[in-house]
Design a protein around this ligand. Structure first.
Ligand code: C2E
Ligand code: MG
Ligand code: MG
Ligand code: MG
Length: 272
């Protein structure tokens, strides 16, 4: 109050710009798919011990006609709030399975599925159709879910998760350790993988507490028969430490940035 009315006035323009950009992005997102401005890129998942590529995670990219590249960290939450993520997510499942079916090696494919997609009872059919149409084997597909599903998800979430599992797909817990949910949901569902968030990997070499958390997650995963994937590995020293802590699979700029399907296929041919 001491600053007078000015304080409020000063912040208003910034808020307004943010709000306008958000509204604009939501509007433009409606045409982005049909205009071919949404793309899928793929980041390698590697066997930490050998460095061999064993899979890839599909990640969405949006090239806006005016603003240029927009990070999924910005547009995915907008698409989730507007519901557009259902359409985008369905497109991604079809595109990624088709791309992965054409790769010159039998890799696993990971696709992110938003909690919002579970509010549409069609999700299981969407996944089944993507698999049928592409011919990609269900057992090579991992659906990446986040803890938010168990906090925000509705009553039908359990049934849908079980139905997805019955298709033969793997179920991965993404960004593990960053949410606020209890661990109680873990034994209730047939998860096959835990992805340890980058925030733990970042300081694994310097901070014994972070190493201890990772080691605990590795134990937790083992007792439920799940694999562990470490995200966001940027340094060889982190790779070494993660191997010591018992992680099998890793992902990060050290092994490869997200790249086009063609680029990944080329890299696989070179490695063969
Ligand atoms: P995520 O699923 O946890 O994906 C991993 C993110 O970490 C990706 O960011 C990837 O580029 C980034 N990353 C991987 N390794 C490194 C590293 O070594 N260093 C750094 N600095 N970053 C690394 P991206 O592509 O920006 O995606 C961000 C998030 O957006 C994803 O996090 C995911 O939650 C969401 N997202 C992306 N594509 C989709 C999609 O198709 N559907 C849904 N529902 N969400 C998506
Ligand atoms: Mg993911
Ligand atoms: Mg993640
Ligand atoms: Mg993450």
């Amino acid at each position: 109050r001491k600053l007078g009315g000015n304080a409020q006035v000063r912040y208003e323009p910034a808020m307004h710009v943010m709000f306008e950009r958000r509204r604009r992005l939501e509007m433009d997102l409606a045409q982005a798919l049909e205009q071919g401005r949404i793309r899928a890129v793929y980041q390698p998942l590697v066997d930490l011990a050998t460095g061999q590529i064993t899979g890839a995670e599909a990640l969405m990219r949006w090239d806006h006609p005016e603003f240029g590249f927009i990070s999924p960290g910005e547009f995915i939450p907008i698409a989730e709030e507007s519901g557009q993520i259902r359409q985008l997510g369905a497109w991604m499942l079809r595109q990624a399975t088709r791309d992965a079916a054409s790769w010159p090696a039998q890799l696993r494919l990971a696709v992110n599925v938003s909690a919002v997609q579970f509010s549409d009872l069609e999700l299981v059919n969407v996944v089944r159709e993507a698999l049928d149409d592409s011919g990609f084997e269900p057992r090579r597909l991992d659906l990446e879910l986040t803890e938010s599903l168990f906090i925000e998800g509705g009553d039908s979430v359990s049934d849908q998760i079980m139905a997805l599992s019955h298709l033969g797909c793997g179920l991965a817990l993404d960004d593990f350790g960053t949410g606020y949910s209890s661990l109680g949901y873990i034994p209730r569902f047939p998860f096959t993988k835990i992805k340890i968030d980058k925030s733990f990997v970042d300081r694994v070499c310097e901070d014994p507490a972070h190493a201890a958390i990772i080691s605990t997650v590795v134990d937790l995963a083992a007792s439920f028969g799940m694999n562990v994937v470490a995200e966001g590995i940027e340094q060889a020293s982190q790779q070494q430490r993660l191997i010591e802590l018992g992680c099998d699979i890793g992902q990060g700029f050290l092994f490869g940035r997200p790249m086009s399907s063609e680029h990944l296929a080329q890299r696989l041919r070179k490695a063969a």
